[in-house]
Each structure stands twice: as C-alpha cells, then as structure tokens.
Write a protein that binds this ligand. Structure first.
Ligand SMILES: NC(=O)c1ccc[n+]([C@@H]2O[C@H](COP(=O)([O-])OP(=O)(O)OC[C@H]3O[C@@H](n4cnc5c(N)ncnc54)[C@H](O)[C@@H]3O)[C@@H](O)[C@H]2O)c1
Length: 292
C-alpha cells in the first residue's frame, strides 16, 4: 500500500513498545490510528500523547484473547474513522519455563494472546478491509523466535511465534491478487516493556509460580531488552514494509546467520534421510524406489 495518507490503521498492543512506535510512525505519515490495548491506563496516556499536534488518533480497550472484544474494537474503529485499511496484530506476551514445569494455564495464556489474538484480529478486520476495495495491509508481529529456537525454557513463546509466521505465510497466499498486502514482523531485541508481560496476565490464567524468563520480573531478558533497538525505529520500519509490500520484516539483519544455521541443520536431516537404510535399501511395495 504505497499511498498511506488518510488511511486508517488499527494496532493491538498500541499502548506500549513497538505498537506505540508504529502509531507514531503512521501518524507522522498522515494516517489515522486506532490503538487498542488491555492496559486501559497506559492506553489513555498514549492516546493523549499521540493527540498532541492534532493527530487523528483514538483508542479502544481490547483484550485480544476475547474474540468479541476484538470484533467490538473493529466496529468502533469503523464508527470513528469510516473505514479501516491496516491491521497490526502486535500484542504479545511470554511465560517461560521448562516443559515439565509449565502449567496448562501458562500455555493457555501465551497461546490465547500470541496466536488466537492474531486469528481474532484477522477474522474481525479482514472482511472490513476487503469491503471498501481501497486495498490494505495486515502486519503480524512474530519474532526471531518465530524462525529459530530461542533455547531452553521458551516453549510457549517460541511455539506461538512459529505459529504466527505460518499463519502469515498462508494468509499471504490467500490475499494474493486482491490488493491487500501481508507482512510478518520478526524483531530481535527491542527496548520495550515485554520483560514485564506478566503485569497483564488475567486472573483467569492464574499466577506462574516459577522463575519466569519473559513474564513476571523478566529478570533474564531485561538487560538484553534494555540494549535493544528503539521501538520508534521499528515503527518506521513497519511503515516502510507496508509501503513496499515486503513480507518478512526484520529489525536486525545481523541475525540472518541464526536462520542459516537452522536451515543447515534441516539440510543435514535430509542428507541423513537420503542415506537411511530403511528408506533407500528397499524395493518393497510402498517404498521410495517403488514410486512412493
Ligand atoms: N521487545 C522485543 O525484544 C520483542 C522481540 C520480538 C518480538 N516481540 C513482540 O513484539 C510485540 C510487541 O511487544 P513489545 O515488545 O512492544 O512489548 P510491550 O510489553 O511493550 O507491549 C505489548 C503490549 O501488549 C499489550 N497486551 C498484553 N496482553 C494483551 C491482551 N490480552 N490484549 C491486548 N493487549 C495486550 C500490553 O498491555 C502492552 O501494551 C509482541 O508480540 C512481542 O512478542 C518483542
């Protein structure tokens, strides 16, 4: 979507970090913006700050884990701005711990926000973007953790971030030829409040009792995040990605080597399979040599 002037964007997780950075960049480019967040207090503060200078911005409290809440936010966006063109599925949280330590509610919470929240965003907004025929764009915030293993204790976060890369790749295929672009944002470290994600863990998901890697006190990741990229730069990068219709948006080109290493391991798996006696040394029915 080259011409963004006067177009409307909806951003989840818009009260903080990268969502707020996107809002700033979009408003600077002459767009109208609806920021949505579960954190009503910070959302209001962000809206007031963004409105300075007469920018066309509004806010809606929205919990992306509740489908109705996302549909209501979509209706409010169209009521206020007439149309919506850009959807940024950006809200995200993390809970860390080993597989045999994490509770069902740890998995449920992270999956509900990071994966189901993205699904609800697409379901609520895509029909509205399609309806006006002016084109649009869907950006989903994944992570480098959506492409490579982040290491021990990152099960729920890594899994949901891989899931939304896959969802975005499929969505890209489904949107081909209808003037609606699709991108997946895969940031490296960015200086945001994600290390304190546990502050927004709803009581229905209980409290985690383990030392958390990402959620709660975020002790293991906060020093890394503090040295991360400025989220306002990420906002500008996302705007550029939308205007140039780029699918993969990376915030740290130096991390390409981590993806190369993953693909090397995958290639080694294929090479091992090609030598496997079970697969290769047989002519029996249903074998590869038999034409399977
Ligand atoms: N900061 C990083 O280094 C980094 C790296 C890779 C990916 N990410 C991803 O970037 C995205 C944005 O996170 P951030 O780093 O800006 O963190 P952040 O904590 O500063 O912002 C996230 C926002 O999401 C909101 N939120 C949490 N649960 C919600 C819910 N149920 N409904 C609506 N809003 C909710 C929070 O209130 C917060 O305002 C996330 O998807 C995160 O996983 C962050």
């Amino acid at each position: 979507m080259k011409d963004v002037q006067g177009k409307t964007a909806f951003i989840t997780g818009g009260a903080s970090g990268m969502g707020l950075g996107m809002a700033r960049a979009f408003l600077d480019a002459g767009m109208q913006v609806m920021i949505a967040d579960i954190d009503a207090e910070n959302l209001k503060k962000a809206e007031v700050e963004l409105q300075q200078g007469g920018a066309k911005v509004s806010s809606v409290v929205c919990d992306v884990t509740k489908e109705q809440s996302v549909f209501d936010a979509a209706d409010k966006t169209v009521e206020e701005f007439g149309k919506v063109h850009v959807l940024c599925n950006n809200a995200g949280v993390g809970a860390g711990g080993f597989f045999d330590e994490l509770s069902q509610s740890d998995w449920d919470w992270v999956t509900a926000v990071n994966q189901m929240g993205v699904l609800y965003g697409i379901r609520a907004f895509l029909p509205k973007i399609k309806s006006h025929g002016e084109g649009g764009h869907v950006v989903t915030t994944s992570s480098m953790a959506g492409l490579v293993n982040s290491g021990a204790g990152w099960g729920p976060y890594n899994s949901t971030k891989y899931a939304v890369v896959a969802m975005s790749e499929v969505l890209y295929s489904e949107l081909k030829g209808i003037n609606i672009g699709c991108s997946v944002l895969c940031p490296g470290a960015v200086a945001t409040n994600i290390g304190k994600a546990g502050r927004h863990r709803p009581s229905e998901y209980g409290k985690s009792e383990r030392k958390l890697i990402v959620s709660g006190d975020g002790s293991a990741v906060n020093p890394l995040l503090a040295k991360g990229l400025n989220p306002n730069i990420v906002g500008k990068l996302v705007l550029e990605g939308i205007q140039q219709d780029e699918f993969y948006i990376f915030t740290d080109p130096r991390l390409q080597s981590s993806v190369d290493r993953r693909f090397e391991r995958i290639k080694r798996g294929f090479e091992w399979s090609a030598r496997s006696r079970a697969l290769v040394d047989t002519n029996s029915p249903g074998s590869i040599k038999d034409g399977a």
